[in-house]
Design a protein around this ligand. Structure first.
Ligand code: URA
Length: 239
């Protein structure tokens, strides 16, 4: 692989910025200065530094997106804007969202091209916990909470698995809660809330497994996972 492509793939700048940097002597390969952008290297064996920092060649990418309402969770759609349009710099990497949030749902969405990790996190056998912040029209009495926690009939073949409910506010005809579920059925949270007589008016995913939405990430923005976030998720996917 060419040195400029290697650095470009690692998103260190545009091709022309990278060529300039190489010519200026900011890049080493295996400890030696290389000033020719078309220098050929082996991305599996050679070690590269850029401005003194090691640059490992990565082909798997992991991003946390703070999904805003108004985007569908799909890689392509002929009518609606997709979440992938929020990651313009990550195009061409065969990325996909892990799981689905409704168009009007906000919050944490993991985007990756690591099919194995995605498969593990979505596998119904793994029961990966997902926590949502939920605002509802309608009150949830003790019985309604108990039904959500026990598992509720939402019109599928089987009731939902037990969930955790943490009511954070309740007025005469509205409430807020954090709800943790371990499945990923279609419109699951909305249907669970409907089944106990209330209606979801706002939904935001706060966490998936060990991964928690970084609240400093503005809506519509994304960032790569940290090494720890990724290691924790991989460990979870393997259990
Ligand atoms: N449950 C829902 O009803 N909608 C979502 O987007 C996610 C979970």
């Amino acid at each position: 692989m060419r040195l400029d492509k290697y650095l470009c793939d690692m998103q260190l700048g545009t091709r022309s910025q990278i060529r300039e940097a190489v010519k200026k002597g900011l890049v080493t390969v295996n400890g030696g200065l290389v000033k020719t952008p078309d220098f050929k290297l082996d991305e599996k064996k050679d070690t590269v530094t850029y401005m003194g920092e090691a640059v490992a060649y990565q082909t798997l990418y992991y991003y946390m997106l703070h999904k805003p309402a108004g985007y569908v969770t799909a890689t392509q759609d002929s009518r609606e804007p997709t979440v992938m349009e929020l990651l313009p710099h990550a195009s061409g990497k065969a990325l996909s969202p892990v799981g689905r949030l409704d168009k009007d749902t906000e919050g944490l969405l993991l985007i990756t091209n690591d099919g194995e990790l995605a498969h593990n996190l979505l596998s119904p056998k793994k029961h990966v916990a997902k926590t949502y912040y939920v605002e509802c029209d309608g009150r949830l009495d003790q019985d309604a909470v108990a039904r959500l926690e026990r598992g509720v009939d939402i019109g599928d073949e089987t009731p939902t698995l037990p969930a955790k409910v943490h009511l954070t506010a309740q007025s005469k005809n509205a409430c807020r809660m954090e709800l943790t579920i371990t499945e990923g059925r279609f419109h699951q949270v909305k249907r669970m809330v409907q089944a106990v007589g209330a209606t979801v008016t706002y939904l935001k995913r706060l966490s998936m497994g060990t991964l928690t939405l970084d609240e400093s990430l503005e809506k519509g923005c994304y960032r790569p996972l940290t090494e720890k976030e990724l290691a924790d998720l991989k460990r979870l996917g393997q259990t």
